[in-house]
Structures are given as C-alpha cells and as structure tokens.
Design a binder for this molecule. Structure first.
Ligand SMILES: Cc1cc2nc3c(=O)[nH]c(=O)nc-3n(C[C@H](O)[C@H](O)[C@H](O)COP(=O)(O)O)c2cc1C
Length: 185
C-alpha cells in the first residue's frame, strides 16, 4: 500500500484547503492511503527554542513525513504567496540541518490549493517551488489543481460538491500515486 501524508496550510476551522484535503483522502486510488497531518501546535520558529530541543509537534510531523512515500501540501494563498504559518511549519521541519535530508531529500512532494479568489493559488503554488527545491525534495509536476472561487465548490459542512473538481482531484491523486509507485521512487 502506498502511503501519502497530506498537510493543510490553514488553521481555519472551515478551511477550504482542509476540506480539499479531506476530499482527497476519500478519493485516493485503492492502492494508496492518505493520512491527514496538521501543523496545529507548531510554535513560531525561534532558534533559541530550537537549541532547547525540537518541539514535540515538530518531531511528530517529521516522523509522519519519514513514514510516508510522498507528501501532499494543500496550500492557501496569502497576498499572492504562501501563508506564513505553513512556511513556518516547513522551516521547523528542516531543523536541525543534520536531520533535514532524512525528512526531505529525494522525497516526492505534490502541491494543490484552494483560494477564495479567481486564480486558485497559482502564485502560492509557484512560491513553494524554491522551498521544495532548496530542501532537495522530488516535486511531482505531472498534474495541477488550483481551485478558484472555492466557496462554491463545498457545501456548508465542508464536503466537496463540485463533480468536476472531484474528478480533477481524483485524476491528480491517481497521477501522484502512480509516480510514487514507479520503481526507484
Ligand atoms: C492574509 C490573507 C491574504 C490573502 N491573500 C489572498 C491572495 O493573495 N489570493 C487569493 O486568492 N486569496 C487570498 N486570500 C483569501 C483566501 O483565499 C481565503 O481566505 C481562503 O479561505 C484561505 O484558505 P482556507 O479557506 O483554507 O483558510 C487571503 C486571505 C488572507 C487571510
């Protein structure tokens, strides 16, 4: 069974990105599972805190990443870039440098996202690229999902109700999982 770890970059209770991630867990191909992890509880990065010990929430998320075959980042867009809270979590996960390779290097990553606006996280997803490159990840570029006007894609309980988006998400996940199952990945 192929294991994907999904992380939403929003802490908002009614987050579209968290709702999209829940939909992804439901739409995974049968040969794969998607475990949902959270950035909640990760403090603001502070070297003075780091030298006292990596916070438990960071260690827990690191080990979840290490146990996965691939990672799906579900990113909001803030001010035409990636959200600080999400980047802060990734920054913590990259510490200490001696452990960063174990967590990130050569690990397949995919990025999707949902925004309230018309452009569906295009700029946020682009802003993740230098981060993923710096960490030495193996980004998968075989699919795209940039959900614009997200309010109309979900019902009031946060369930995905747009059949076209559901199909797009299914295709995206199938593509990512088949990449993960390629020999050598
Ligand atoms: C600080 C801030 C900046 C934002 N900037 C953008 C933006 O640049 N582009 C965009 O499409 N939406 C922007 N939005 C709206 C978000 O798309 C919207 O809040 C969305 O619901 C965030 O994702 P979430 O539902 O997963 O929390 C911004 C929201 C906030 C709070």
């Amino acid at each position: 069974m192929t294991k994907v770890l999904g992380i939403s970059g929003s802490l908002r209770r009614s987050s579209y990105n968290s709702a999209l991630l829940r939909a992804a867990a439901r739409l995974m191909p049968p040969e794969a599972t998607l475990e949902i992890a959270s950035i909640r509880g990760i403090p603001l990065y502070d070297y003075d805190v780091e030298v006292q010990g990596i916070p438990a929430a960071v260690t827990q998320l690191k080990e979840a990443i290490v146990a996965a075959d691939g990672v799906l980042l579900v990113t909001p867009e803030y001010n035409n870039s990636l959200p600080g809270v999400f980047k802060n979590a990734i920054d913590w996960l990259s510490r200490p440098p001696a452990d960063a390779r174990r967590v990130f290097a050569g690990r397949p990553f995919a990025v999707i996202g949902a925004s309230a606006g018309n452009w569906g996280t295009v700029l946020s997803q682009a802003a993740w690229l230098p981060v993923l490159r710096t960490l030495g990840t193996l980004p998968w570029f075989g699919g795209r999902l940039q959900l614009a006007r997200a309010a109309s894609a979900f019902d009031e309980t946060g369930s995905l109700k747009d059949a076209a988006v559901e199909e797009q998400l299914k295709q995206f996940l199938a593509g990512f999982v088949s990449f993960l199952r390629r020999p050598g990945n």
